[in-house]
Design a protein around this ligand. Structure first.
Ligand SMILES: [Zn+2]
Ligand SMILES: [Zn+2]
Ligand SMILES: [Zn+2]
Ligand SMILES: [Zn+2]
Length: 416
């Protein structure tokens, strides 16, 4: 078609007549060609139509084939179901075969039983015949027994005569019985004699009971005696315990005395935890605080004064001494610690007491200085103890510092 239009445009551009004729021819040719192509087109259209119909038939065929495929699948599934059913029926057949076998066996056993019964029936019939024969025999026996019964009657008569004889014998026995009676009486008299003896025995038993009672009472008395002796025993045990305690106490006293003689004080040092030997310093303000001369420089309450005890004090029976506050509270006077002046005069060297002051605990107005206190000989009553005063305090020098009960304890032990 495009070709034809191009040709047509071409003819327009050239307006010559020759060319127009040629062009008409061309058009005729083209027209014939057009008709040809039209015809071809119709042919092709019919071909397309026939192809379309073919396609439709093919589609129908495809549809038919698909439906047939579905049908075969359905058939397959049905076939499987049927195969399962067949399996089941086969099993059922097997089961019924087994049952049939069982029934056959039962039948055969029943047949055997039946045979047995028939055999037994025959045996019973034979027995019946034998029993009839026996019955006949018994009939014969019965006749014989009747005959015997008659014979027995005769025997009975004979026995009656024998009974009479027996009665006679019974009379004889009665006589014998009388004889036995007389002998029984004799035995009775014997029995009475024995009863008398029995009563005698009973009396004796009663006597024995009395004796037993008496012995029991004696036993109770003896039990009481034992009880009392037990009490005495307990008392003695207690006494022994008391004595043992006394011995222990005596032992302790002896030990302490022994220690005293060896210069050992009956006190432990609170610093080194050893028995104090030599000089004992006892705190006058604490209940129970002692230190030895080695530990004297150790720290204790600065305001506390110590009592210097040179010889051991016998505190036996006087625990109060070890466990009491011996000195009153002192009022301290503040001073320069480097150069302490106690403002008292030494009773030995008559100089002012400086540094440490020793005041007699037993006397009024007796003071010594450190130097005089250190002399190895006695400058004062050796039974008196001194209070070591390191810091100046307010003390009325007319006052006796130690309470009287402690002074007497110290004096007593010094006189031993
Ligand atoms: Zn103290
Ligand atoms: Zn010590
Ligand atoms: Zn002095
Ligand atoms: Zn004194």
């Amino acid at each position: 078609m495009e070709q034809t239009t191009s040709n047509y445009s071409y003819s327009n551009s050239n307006n010559s007549k020759n060319e127009k004729n040629i062009n008409l021819n061309d058009i005729k040719q083209l027209k014939s060609k057009y008709y040809e192509t039209e015809l071809e087109k119709e042919g092709l259209n019919s071909l397309v139509e026939s192809l379309k119909t073919k396609v439709r038939t093919l589609q129908q065929q495809i549809f038919v084939q698909e439906s047939s495929i579905q049908l075969t699948q359905q058939l397959k599934s049905e076939k499987e179901i049927l195969l399962e059913q067949v399996e089941k029926y086969k099993q059922k057949i097997n089961d019924s075969d087994l049952q049939l076998n069982l029934i056959r066996k039962e039948l055969s056993s029943l047949r055997e039983d039946n045979n047995d019964y028939i055999r037994k029936y025959n045996e019973l019939q034979q027995q019946n015949v034998q029993l009839q024969q026996l019955n006949n025999l018994l009939e014969l026996d019965k006749q014989q027994l009747n005959k015997k019964f008659r014979e027995n009657d005769e025997e009975k008569i004979i026995l009656q005569t024998e009974l009479k004889q027996c009665n006679e014998q019974s009379n004889l026995i009665e006589n014998v019985k009388d004889e036995i009676k007389t002998s029984f009486e004799k035995l009775d008299s014997d029995y009475r004699r024995l009863q008398c003896k029995n009563s005698e025995f009973e009396l004796e038993i009663e006597n024995l009971h009395c004796e037993v009672k008496r012995l029991r009472e004696k036993c109770v008395l003896q039990y009481h005696e034992v009880d009392e002796s037990n009490k005495l025993n307990d008392k003695l045990k207690n006494d022994i315990k008391d004595l043992q305690r006394l011995i222990v106490e005596q032992d302790r006293i002896l030990r302490e005395k022994n220690q005293q003689e060896n210069g050992i004080h009956p006190a432990y040092c609170n610093v080194c935890n050893k028995y104090i030997v030599g000089v004992r310093y006892k705190c006058g303000h604490c209940d129970d605080y002692d230190i030895c001369s080695n530990c004297e420089t150790s720290n204790h309450n600065r305001n506390h004064m110590f009592i210097k005890i040179k010889r051991p004090i016998d505190t036996i029976g006087n625990n109060k001494f070890g466990k009491s506050t011996l000195l009153p509270e002192f009022q301290l006077i503040e001073q320069n610690e480097q150069d302490i002046d106690h403002k008292v005069v030494c009773n030995v060297c008559h100089k002012n007491v400086r540094g440490v002051r020793y005041k007699c605990g037993h006397c009024t107005k007796f003071e010594i200085c450190t130097n005089c206190e250190a002399y190895p000989f006695n400058l004062h009553d050796p039974t008196h103890v001194f209070i070591k005063i390191k810091r100046p305090v307010q003390i009325d020098s007319n006052e006796i510092l130690l309470p009287s009960e402690f002074r007497s304890i110290i004096n007593k032990s010094s006189n031993i």
